[in-house]
Design a protein around this ligand. Structure first.
Ligand code: 6PG
Length: 249
């Protein structure tokens, strides 16, 4: 597992934006398009702000980029808690990306089950997958991690983390989760089919989980969904100094 430690959150965000630009270039030269999956929460905000800068408008082939979400809160897209709304405001509205390349999860649907089924169909149509096919995988998935070890909306001991067949599933918010609304999430097999997964962790409250994942990944995977992110392709964790694992000496 590749863990890179950055002195500041700004350096981390910049390195994440550079990685996105490199993966985009590589994917477009290989397949003609770049599939990028976003998350919500506070951590990716710095990355999103970098992506709004003119430098990345030039470096990222936006016209060939398709945007998806790893998870969403069951709220309308204009709601302040919407993960789509966050990214839209931070950079999507400024990037020269065709509107039909933005594939958001329908958080406003009347029932979470219906929303999950609709998004799964969106993904299946995009990839041209037949019923029963596994997801062929995205080029780059950006994830955050909670202090409880959740990632996307895969919560420890929650029903979503053990889902193997659906590509997308509803996930009830555990007690204390903010905001306290049901989520929609990609399932682990879909995340793990990716070519590259980048996990971002910032702040001292993430240190214990980063420490366990770094020093005992298989032990950690019994408890923490974030430690079960083991993609077919590459995995990197970018952490700031406060979240960095202590050395073993
Ligand atoms: C969300 C997420 C979630 C997030 C973690 C970390 O929609 O909230 O996708 O998995 O990445 O909860 O959140 P912070 O970055 O706010 O600490």
């Amino acid at each position: 597992m590749d863990i890179r430690i950055f002195d500041t959150e700004t350096e981390l965000s910049r390195a994440a934006a550079d990685l996105a630009a490199e993966q985009a270039k590589e994917a477009v030269s290989r397949t003609g398009r770049f599939t990028l999956v976003l998350s919500g929460g506070r951590t990716p905000q710095g990355l999103y702000e970098q992506l709004a800068l003119p430098e990345y408008t030039e470096r990222i082939p936006w016209k060939r980029t398709h945007i998806f979400w790893a998870d969403e809160r069951c709220v309308p897209p204009t709601h302040p808690d919407s993960n789509f709304g966050q990214a839209e405001k931070a950079f999507l509205s400024q990037a020269p990306i065709p509107l039909d390349h933005i594939h958001r999860m329908p958080g406003e649907a009347a029932r979470p089950e219906e929303a999950a089924a609709r998004y799964e169909q969106t993904l299946r149509d995009f990839f041209g997958a037949k019923p029963g096919d596994m997801c062929p995988g995205f080029d780059l998935v950006i994830l955050g991690v909670g202090a409880d070890g959740h990632t996307a909306s895969l919560f420890p001991d929650g029903p979503a983390v053990v889902e193997a067949r659906p590509w997308v599933t509803p996930s009830p918010a555990p007690d204390g989760a903010q905001p306290p609304v049901t989520r929609l999430t990609l399932t682990l097999p879909v995340i793990n089919a990716s070519r590259f997964v980048l996990v971002l962790a910032v702040g001292a409250e993430k240190q214990a989980i980063v420490q366990q994942v770094a020093h005992d990944p298989f032990g950690a995977s019994r408890h923490y969904p974030a430690a079960r992110v083991m993609p077919r392709g590459e995995l990197a964790w970018f952490v700031d100094a406060a979240a960095a694992p202590a050395s073993r000496h």
